[in-house]
Design a protein around this ligand. Structure first.
Ligand SMILES: *[C@@H]1O[C@H](CO)[C@@H](O)[C@H](O)[C@H]1NC(C)=O
Length: 229
């Protein structure tokens, strides 16, 4: 019994020390070009590392990205663009922020605590908006109508994942008709737009989406029948 628990404990210890001194790996951070990147690195022990040296390097030791030492911090490879989080140092957290990432900032970063023999690897992927620009998303409207109320019928037009940003309009057979303020959201350079309009007369209505930059226009029609007017 004694021997078994001793064996069990020593195998736990081996596992733990393997984790402690081995390389930690597998974190990827994806950031859109022009945004700030936070590269995470934490000892996980909650110890105060204000006076503990840590080095951030890129692509092996090719570039010194950030050196925190007792005294002055330096960022030789990216001067003025890298900072740590002072409040988080007290909890063993050596994460850094890189301002306004550029495509050239992508790569494999290493966060190293030489005195603890601990190394963490973080991959930074820069998602370039340029790629989105070269790869347009043609706007395709999708139309629906809601139940008739005492003010008429509410028509809804949705355009999803469009790039560049389209204009969206509601038309009757001849003219553009008044609509509500469009709801616009953007994610990674792709636009989602919802445009609603209330109509009081029966007829044929169409939602028109245009992207002048790529000479694209698309429309969807809907038949509306208003009862009792
Ligand atoms: C470390 O600090 C950064 C920046 O404040 C934060 O985003 C991250 O979640 C922290 N990590 C841990 C493990 O606390």
């Amino acid at each position: 019994m004694e021997l078994l628990s001793l064996l069990f404990m020593s195998s736990c210890f081996l596992t733990l020390s393997g984790l402690t001194f081995g390389d930690q790996s597998g974190t990827s951070v994806i950031v859109r070009e022009g945004d700030d990147a936070i590269l995470p690195c934490s000892l996980g022990t909650n110890e105060n590392i204000e006076h503990v040296r840590f080095d951030w390097t890129k692509n092996g030791t090719e570039k010194e990205v950030y050196i925190h030492d007792t005294g002055v911090d330096r960022s030789p490879a990216l001067p003025g663009r890298v900072s740590h989080f002072p409040d988080d140092l007290q909890h063993g957290n050596a994460s850094i922020r890189i301002n306004k990432v550029q495509p050239g900032d992508g790569g494999n970063y290493t966060c190293d605590f030489p005195s603890r023999r601990k190394t963490f690897r973080i991959k930074l992927v820069v998602d370039s908006v340029l790629k989105v620009r070269n790869d347009p998303g043609a706007a395709e409207p999708h139309v629906t109508s809601h139940d008739q109320t005492n003010v008429g019928v509410l028509l809804q037009c949705d355009v999803k994942n469009a790039h560049p940003k389209p204009t969206v309009e509601w038309w009757d057979s001849n003219n553009q008709i008044p609509s509500e303020k469009p709801q616009v959201s953007e994610q990674r350079g792709r636009f989602n737009i919802t445009l609603k309009a209330t109509v009081e007369k029966s007829g044929r209505y169409r939602c028109v989406a245009k992207q002048e930059e790529i000479k694209h226009q698309a429309q969807k029609e809907i038949n509306v029948h208003i009862y009792g007017k």
